[in-house]
Write a new protein. Structure first.
Length: 169
């Protein structure tokens, strides 16, 4: 989804959002995906230009069926990283080569990336994308996604402030 003319533009505010059927479409409370998508759309709507790349990488790249299997393991006490590992996957199977190609096709010269995931920034840079800034993209934790967000911070290296995920006082 694009806003404005992007050809030749630098520092385009960009969100690379991985598909999450359960969160984006069904409003699951166990993740922050829908809120992240809505926030990125709001931020871009307030600007002259911007971009959301909606990546078909359900469940951190393991697909919908395996994501549901991962949910079952999480319901038994595993965190999201442990569940993916038990299923035989890495904690994150996503790849951003297609995103780099899309940015090139759109003629975007550089981006300001809305993300909390430093691996996403590193992968894009490996594919030749000039990421000039990582724009924090935090959602306040709720009762149902607090453990998920803490796992992203603690196990996956996401740059989330402790106040976003700590248990309420």
């Amino acid at each position: 989804m694009t806003r404005g003319s992007l050809e030749g533009r630098r520092d385009v505010l960009t969100r690379m959002h991985s598909e999450c059927l359960t969160g984006d479409a069904l409003a699951s409370l166990r993740c922050d995906c829908r809120e992240q998508l809505e926030l990125s759309l709001e931020r871009i709507a307030s600007r002259a230009d911007g971009l959301v790349l909606y990546m078909r990488q359900e469940g951190r790249g393991i697909g919908l069926c395996n994501k549901i299997r991962s949910y079952q393991l999480q319901d038994q006490g595993l965190d999201t990283v442990e569940a993916n590992l038990v299923l035989g996957f890495r904690d994150d199977e996503r790849d951003y080569a297609a995103a780099a190609e899309m940015l090139a096709c759109l003629g975007v010269q550089s981006i300001r990336l809305m993300t909390n995931n430093p691996v996403k920034v590193a992968q894009l840079r490996r594919y030749g994308v000039q990421v000039t800034e990582r724009v924090p993209h935090e959602i306040t934790a709720g009762e149902h996604n607090r453990h998920y967000l803490e796992t992203k911070r603690r196990r996956s290296g996401h740059l989330l402030s402790g106040s976003q995920v700590d248990e309420p006082s």
